[in-house]
Design a protein around this ligand. Structure first.
Ligand SMILES: [Zn+2]
Ligand SMILES: [Zn+2]
Length: 86
């Protein structure tokens, strides 16, 4: 099989800094809304930091960057590729 498929290696989720946890409030943690608790997001290649938030994934303490949806990456994948049932 020489067919090349675009690979999107997981990159660190900016919103949760790769922890997969979201500090909603002091003492209150939830799964990261951006990466779903995985701690990483699928990023298109080449990985480019979001220029809007400088890769931080947020524009303020509580507001995610709308440009990158909190991922911190310019080209993020919102929809995971259809998985084949293994
Ligand atoms: Zn996250
Ligand atoms: Zn951004």
């Amino acid at each position: 099989m020489s067919e090349e498929t675009t690979i999107y290696p997981p990159s660190k989720c900016a919103w949760c800094s790769g922890t997969g946890e979201w500090n909603v409030a002091p003492g209150l943690c939830a799964s990261c809304i951006v990466c779903g608790g995985k701690g990483n997001v699928a990023v298109g290649q080449p990985p480019l930091l979001c220029v809007q938030c400088d890769g931080k994934g947020r524009v303020s303490t509580i507001s995610p960057c709308l440009t990158c949806a909190g991922t911190g990456w310019e080209s993020y994948l919102t929809k995971p590729k259809a998985k084949k049932a293994a």
